[in-house]
Ligand binder design. Structure first.
Ligand SMILES: [Fe+2]
Length: 318
């Protein structure tokens, strides 16, 4: 796919709105041969274990839970079928580093964004392919890099919330920077009255202001979506401040007041977070948080089985 052909209906005003307000933009990635279900099944067959996440979650409106699991050796075609029958999502998190063809497509997309919505240079781009069940949901959370969600198959709704209190507090960003768990941001139903709601079908892309909290609800069909992420100098600086402020707060009980992105305070924090990132304390906090709790059940279409503490299995149902 050549440059300048990914956005099929770029309208006047998008460049000015890009990154400042939630935006829905038409794209053509859903027509790429790289995103047919067969192509994605092939990708899953060869996908390295360390680069995917498989999540099993509660029903919409039901008890909130989140378990992480494994594909259990199923073929890609069956994995997609199991997800179509179940209540989970598979995130192929690092498609860019796993397969050059997808990297080229991502580069083309970002080159086109840079031309159409000129701004600070974007780098360290990445792409995740999300395969998710009918009625699956992604809970309220926010992400540190710049992000977009590109719909490929199926339909879903994304709700995008304001970037300040009561929807998001600096401590939330600090905890995400430190521990890497995006879903711990507090959420209440009444937030929804303040959300921008975008309905996404194949060929729709959503982009939103940096760190804007969001949640996603699939409609009643299998969904395939892409997330793309990018960094810029300013996003990197914000990340360093979040890490340093979070470290000061958790480790020393000190409540940081400054979120300055330059000057002596910023310089000290940039050094501090560099040292701290390599420390065992952060490693331990991170590794303690996400156990692998289930695998796909080869015997039951759409089913999963739990890894019990001693390695025995117990059915979890759908
Ligand atoms: Fe997200």
């Amino acid at each position: 796919m050549a440059t300048q052909t990914i956005f099929t209906d770029w309208k006047p005003g998008y460049a000015e709105q890009w990154g400042h307000v939630p935006l829905k933009v038409a794209h053509a990635l859903h027509q790429s041969p790289l995103f047919t279900l067969d192509a994605i099944a092939e990708l899953i067959d060869a996908y390295p274990r360390q680069h995917y996440s498989l999540i099993h979650m509660g029903a919409q409106g039901g008890r909130r839970f989140w378990k992480e699991g494994e594909l259990g050796g199923l073929k890609g075609r069956d994995v997609i079928d199991w997800i179509a029958q179940g209540r989970m999502w598979l995130n192929l998190r690092s498609v860019r580093s796993v397969d050059r063809r997808y990297a080229d497509l991502l580069d083309a997309a970002y080159e086109e964004i840079a031309v159409r919505a000129p701004g600070a240079p974007m780098f360290n781009t990445s792409m995740g392919i999300l395969v998710s069940s009918p009625k699956a949901q992604v809970y309220y959370h926010c992400d540190l890099p710049g992000q977009a969600l590109w719909q490929i198959h199926g339909r879903k709704r994304i709700l995008i919330y304001p970037t300040d209190k009561p929807f998001l507090a600096p401590e939330n960003l600090e905890d995400i920077a430190l521990f890497g768990i995006e879903e711990d941001v507090p959420y209440h139903d009444w937030f929804d009255a303040h959300a921008t709601v975008l309905e996404l079908g194949p060929g729709d892309m959503a982009h939103w202001p940096l760190n804007a909290p969001h949640r996603v609800e699939n409609h009643d069909m299998l969904n395939v979506s892409l997330t793309s992420e990018h960094w810029s100098d300013e996003i990197v600086r914000r990340h360093k401040v979040n890490l340093a402020n979070g470290f000061l707060r958790h480790r020393f009980g000190y409540a940081p007041r400054s979120r300055a992105l330059s000057g002596p305070g910023y310089a000290a924090k940039a050094v501090l977070q560099g040292v701290m990132r390599r420390m065992k304390w952060v490693e331990q906090k991170r590794s303690a948080r996400r156990p692998i709790e289930f695998k796909l059940d080869a015997a039951t279409r759409g089913g999963v089985v739990a890894f019990a503490p001693q390695g025995a299995f117990a059915p979890l149902g759908h």
